[in-house]
Design a binder for this molecule. Structure first.
Ligand code: 5GP
Length: 192
């Protein structure tokens, strides 16, 4: 394991709640010294996603092989046959650079990381205004079929119910307010 033990910032939420926008914003703030934990996934690349930047895109069989060889810190079958996971090597890669890790992962994975590193982790739940707004945002994204969007929406109520288990909840009703709140939370946790 790396000598430098940085902090871990987990941002979790139902798909379409805007957590990726928040995570990207925090990454652009160089003063925080954050680096994105690139997850492995068995799903197909979407839109302009780049392998090794947005995700490590691997096959389902490769993913299952990595589960067997215990290469994951956590993994989830977030949607049927769509596996996502954090490789243990990611944390080391980032801590070795002297940086703090920021995650954009689903609620179950986020809570698992919090349980594994309770002291080092700030787990933040990003709350969308309501389910209708989620549907509008997912449709606007225009990257997926109606079936895939329905699959994401169907999961949202279960995911919303996990919010109280997180350290902090950000209501993403007004993006500028949410971004500022996220900055303040990171700043505060880095002082600890
Ligand atoms: P998407 O397909 O929209 O990129 O991601 C679907 C869901 O999987 C999102 O909630 C995303 O945050 C989550 N996800 C991405 N990477 C990981 C990961 O490494 N582990 C877990 N548990 N969830 C992830």
């Amino acid at each position: 394991m790396s000598d430098f033990k940085g902090k871990l910032f987990v941002f979790s939420a139902p798909s379409g709640s805007g957590k990726t926008t928040i995570v990207r914003h925090l990454l652009s703030q160089e003063r925080f010294g954050l680096e994105f934990s690139i997850s492995a996934t068995s799903r197909e690349p979407r839109g302009k996603e780049v392998d090794g930047t947005d995700y490590y895109f691997i096959s389902l069989s490769e993913f299952k092989q990595k589960i067997k060889s215990e290469e994951f810190l956590e993994w989830e079958e977030v949607y049927k046959d769509n596996f996502y996971g954090t490789l243990k090597s990611e944390i080391e890669r980032i801590w070795d650079k002297g940086k703090h890790v920021i995650f954009d992962i689903d609620v179950a994975g986020g809570l698992r990381i919090k349980r594994k590193f309770p002291e080092e982790t700030l787990a933040v739940f990003v709350k969308p205004p309501d389910i209708n707004e989620l549907i509008i945002r997912l449709k606007k994204r225009g990257e997926e079929s109606p079936e895939k969007i329905a699959m994401r929406v169907a999961k949202a109520p279960v995911e919303m119910a996990t919010a109280p288990q997180f350290d902090q909840i950000i209501k993403n009703y007004d993006l500028d307010v949410a971004l500022k709140e996220a900055e303040d939370l990171v700043e505060e946790f880095l002082k600890k």
